[in-house]
Ligand binder design. Sequence first.
Ligand SMILES: [Zn+2]
Length: 264
Amino acid sequence: MLKNFKHKTLVLLFFVSIITGCSLQEEPLPEASSDSATSMSNAIVSITFDDGNADNYLIRQALADNNLHATFYVVSGFTGSAGYMSLDELQGLYEDGNEIGGHTLSHVSLGDVRGTDLQNEVCQDRANLMDFGFEVVSFAYPYGYYDEESMAAVRDCGYTNARIVTGGPQEFQWENPYELKAMPYVVGDTDVAKLKRYIQEAAHEDAWAILTFHHICDYCDKFSFRYDQFVELSEWLGEQQHYGLKVMTVGEVIGGEVQPAVLP
Ligand SMILES: [Zn+2]
């Protein structure tokens, strides 16, 4: 029955294609949008949020409406406390296809903790997030601080990758997935035009633009981005996906198996 239906459909499509001169394949989309001279298909964008701030939840709908998935690096020790997202909110984001990553147990700079304290901050945080029900592969260094010992701790705790805060766009041939380069922090005076330029720069260089957000609010913090700006950016990113731009979580770009939790 299904086979017969499929056969008839194909025959019909064949004749339609002869009549209209169209191929059975989808029409190719234009190479670039009106405000971009470079093909967006050369770039990947990752939207990342640090700290798990409560105001981040405001943009859940904007992400979903535009078919975007972001990476939220969460401080598990702060989850549910004043100013931070609740577990329910994190689970809602995760169910939508967003990624939950680690950002230590108590937001310490990894240069200030060594040995078992370092292990505890990184491994216990990841174990907590795994206990919450998330598959956790991505990490972001608090304050962007990292060195050989902290990179090794992140790897040994089962993470497949870690993001720093400078040096972007990131090339696709990375030597070390534990120092993924990000575009400069989004700060109070960063506007949508600037973020578009970052992405166009990445497209020009065949590279990966990792954007780093902290707060979503009207200038409530030095590292904030307004809600209406985020909606505007999301709509633009949603549209650019039709021109080949890939918006992916960090974990999706890196790939690989999810390692079991490692207890400190
Ligand atoms: Zn942070």
